[in-house]
Design a protein around this ligand. Structure first.
Ligand code: GRF
Length: 209
């Protein structure tokens, strides 16, 4: 089985990036991270990538006069590093449609709630957990889904539920959900590495081993 060649897009501290790397190093994820793309030159994830000798590209739309040049640069760097599968790990920008169509069904995102609830524009960070608490839901969780042209909308590949506790705050809940993210994101990427994911429109089926 060949190893999945990953490009990770991230904007922040990079705890998911770290957990993916840990599973790769531990031999539980048959993949290599070939590239990190970030829009944020101060992102903590850059430090993790450089410490692990992973190629980094800081790419901001505002650094390019023409949108086309930004997209061409993004596609060129992805190709030059041999990226065949993209993982979004806290990337705070929309992926250009040109990149989505080039990597059709090969871009994953992780969301800190059970989609299709608590997703979409503005639903990121503690906003999500605050909305969950306000709703009175007894369950929240993590969703790993394929990326399409709408926020938090593509086919759902994997989910993990996490109970909401009576004394939860958004911060406490965020910490438990993040732990769940670190478990299921590498596991879900491994399903792709094993070629076990079949996509039928919005429905995704995981083939048995
Ligand atoms: C995670 O909560 C993830 O669900 C969301 O962005 C956050 C990224 O966290 N998409 P980290 O940078 O991986 O720690």
């Amino acid at each position: 089985m060949s190893r999945l060649q990953l490009g990770v897009f991230a904007s922040g501290r990079g705890s998911n990036f770290k957990s993916i790397l840990k599973e790769i190093k531990g031999g539980r994820l048959d993949a290599d991270i070939k590239l990190l793309i970030t829009n944020n030159k101060d992102a903590g994830v850059l430090k993790i990538a450089s410490l692990n000798s992973i190629h980094c590209a800081v790419m901001k739309r505002s650094d390019f006069k023409m949108r086309e040049d930004f997209i061409t640069k993004m596609l060129t760097v992805l190709k030059s590093r041999g990226v065949e599968f993209i993982v979004l790990a806290g990337y705070m920008k929309k992926i250009p449609p040109e990149v989505i169509s080039k990597y059709k069904h090969r871009i994953l995102n992780i969301h800190p709630a059970l989609l299709p609830c608590f997703g979409g524009r503005g639903m990121y960070g503690t906003n999500v957990h605050r909305a969950v608490l306000e709703s009175g839901c007894k369950l929240t969780g993590v969703t790993v889904h394929l990326v399409d042209n709408q926020y938090d909308h593509g086919p759902i590949v994997n989910q993990k539920s996490i109970p909401v506790k009576n004394n939860d705050t958004a911060e406490k809940l965020a910490a438990r959900v993040l732990k769940g993210e670190h478990e299921i994101y590498p596991q879900t990427i491994q399903l792709f590495a094993e070629g076990r994911v079949k996509i039928y429109g919005k429905k995704v089926i995981i083939k048995k081993k």
